[in-house]
Design a binder for this molecule. Structure first.
Ligand code: JA5
Length: 226
């Protein structure tokens, strides 16, 4: 899988995506993540990537030309272009699963007040939001989305059972049960005895019950209760 990230702050995405599991996926040749400085696609001696908004208002708007130049250079046949924006569709695990099956993704990241809308109209296949909050730029959001996608590519995460059993996979209706490891007693706090019992039916039952309780407390919306 190839991934291109186009941003005026490539270093924001490079840090997290070159570390740990994501970095090893790159070194193993499973994914090819490339970072592109949008400024390289600007022209003129000031390399300007933004300008005043038509119609007035605060802040600056990103110019269309550098995004068009970048996509025209990077796009391969069948590549999907994704724009990170608070106005996009909410990003969910099901979308990460779909996108993990693509062969080439291009992420466009905004900054300032926004991006000239002709970029969205002419270049972008999907607008995605990672949540209802404001960020200073879309690059962190792109790193989040890329991480969620890349870990689903076969061979990136060691034990693929951990993907099947996690929150939001399957029908996505329950959070995960809590996890414990050694020591069995730590500062007077004990691991729930059922987990040490070796009784797998009882362990499953306990996990289902805990998952339900946590979901009711933290995400009643997943149970249709709010
Ligand atoms: C902010 C100029 O989904 C959360 C997001 C927040 C945010 C995104 S995506 N892009 C930008 C941006 O700010 O371009």
């Amino acid at each position: 899988m190839r991934i291109d990230i186009v941003t005026i702050f490539p270093e924001i995405a490079e840090g997290p995506l070159r570390s740990s599991i994501m970095g090893r996926a790159g070194e193993a040749g499973i994914v090819d993540v490339r970072f592109h400085d949008l400024r390289e696609y600007t022209t003129g001696k000031h390399r300007k990537a933004d300008d005043l908004p038509y119609g007035g208002g605060p802040g600056m708007v990103m110019k269309p030309e550098p995004f068009f130049a970048a996509v025209e250079e990077l796009k391969t046949e069948g590549a999907k272009v994704i724009f990170l924006t608070p106005q996009g569709k909410p990003f969910r695990q099901a979308k990460a699963v779909d996108l993990s099956k693509e062969s080439h993704l291009i992420f466009l990241c905004g900054h300032y007040e926004g991006v000239d809308h002709r970029v969205v109209e002419a270049l972008v296949d999907e607008e995605i939001s990672i949540g209802d909050y404001v960020l200073t730029n879309g690059t962190l959001a792109a790193a989040v989305v890329v991480d969620a996608i890349v870990r689903l590519v076969p061979g990136v995460v060691g034990d693929e059972r951990s993907i099947e059993e996690e929150s939001f996979s399957g029908d996505g209706s329950r959070l995960e049960a809590p996890h414990y490891t050694r020591p069995a007693e730590f500062r007077g706090m004990e691991v729930p005895p059922v987990l040490l019992s070796g009784n797998h039916a009882e362990i499953e039952k306990w996990r289902r019950q805990m998952a339900e309780e946590r979901t009711r407390a933290n995400r009643p919306d997943l149970l249709g209760e709010e």
